[in-house]
Write a protein that binds this ligand. Sequence first.
Ligand code: UD1
Length: 379
Amino acid sequence: MTTVLLTGGAGFIGSHTCLVLLEAGHRVVVIDDFSNGSPEALRRVSELARLGSWRQLAPEQWAAGEGQPARLTLLKGDVRSPQDLDRAFEDGGGGDSGIDAVLHFAGLKAVGESMGQPLRYWDVNVVGAVRLLEAMGRHGCQTLVFSSSATLYGITDRVPIPETAPLQPINPYGYTKAAVERMLADVAASTPGWRIALLRYFNPVGAHPSGRIGEDPNGRPNNLFPFLCQVAAGRRQQLEVFGGDWPTPDGTGVRDYLHVMDLAEGHGRALEVLQAEPPQLLTLNLGSGCGHSVLDLVRSFEATNGLTLPYAVVDRRPGDSAISVADHREAERRMGWRTKRSLADICRDGWAWQSANPEGYRGSDRQPGRSLIQAQPVS
Ligand code: UD1
C-alpha cells in the first residue's frame, strides 16, 4: 500500500483521483484550503470508496477509514505554509508511515482572474510549488505528479499537439504552469532519484457516474461544460457560444474534452509507472485525441439527456484559439493509458451530477466530520 499526499485533493480533479486511489487500495492524505474545494466532496468520496468507519481528529481535520491508520485523512492547510505541509507529511500519514508520493493539484486556474491578479497566481502556483518541493526534501519524498495544462501550448494551429510543441503561454496562469514545469526539470536534473510526471491536461469535464461528486465552481463558471450544465439546470438563462466564425467545420471552437474519471485513472497509472520504473521526468499530454466543437457538445448533451439548451452565438472570447487537440500517443506508449469514456458518457455523468446537486455541494453538510461522527463513531 502506498501513502499518497494530494494537495488540493478536495477540488474537482483531486476528489475524483482520490476515489481512484482509494479504490486501488492506497492510503490518501489530502491537504486543501477549501478555496475551490469542499470537505463534503471527500466525505462523499469516502462513501463511494466504502470506507467503513470514521474518526474525527480536530474541528478542521478528519480522517476516515477501516481501523488505524485512516485510509483517508483530510487536513485543512495551505501549500505555501511549511508548517501545514510538515503536518501533512508527519501527522497526516497516521504517524507510522510517511508519504510515498505527492500529487500536486493545489493551484489557481482561472485565466481571466490571473490577468487581473498576477501576483496571487505566482504566489499560490509557483511559491506553493517551491514550498512543496522544500517539504518533500525535508521528508525524503521524491515522487511527484504535477497538474500541468495544455494552456502551455498557447495559441497554435498545430493539430494534434505533441508534447514537443513549443511552450508559449499567453497569460499569467499559463506562465505559472510553465515556471513550475521548468522548476521541476531543474530539480530533477540537480538531484538524483526524482520521479516526476508532468501531466498536461486538455479539457477535463464530466463527473463520477454516481452523480455524487463533480465540478462545483465558485460563482459564474468560466469554462464551457459547467456553464452548460448550469444552463440545463436552469441556473443560467442561456449559453453564450464564443464565436461562430472560427476556421472549424461548424465555426465554433474545437477542444479535446476528456472525462474526469479517465483523467483520474491517468494519475493512478502515472503513479504506478513512476514507482515501477527508474527515476525519470515524464511529460505527457492527457487528452482523448479527439476534437469536438462547442455545438457538438451542446448537441450531444441535448441528445443524451433529452433536454434543449438555449444558446446564442456571440463574439469570440479574447485569448481563445480555434482548435486544441492532444496528441495522446505518448501517454499510451509510456503508460498504456488512453481515454475510455465517450462524449455521451461525459454528458450523461455531468448531468447526473448537476441535476442531483443543482447548487453543487452547497446546502450539504460542509462541516468536516460532524455527520460522520453521528453516523458511525469510532473511539
Ligand atoms: C480554458 C482556459 C485554459 C485552461 C482550461 C481549464 C481560456 C482562454 N483557456 O480552456 O487555459 O487550462 O480552461 O479547463 O480561458 N466557450 C463558449 N462559451 C462559454 C465558455 C466557453 O463558447 O461560456 C467555448 C470556448 O470559446 C472554447 C470552448 O468553449 O472554444 C472551451 O472553453 P473552456 O471550457 O473555457 O476551455 P478552454 O478555453 O479550452
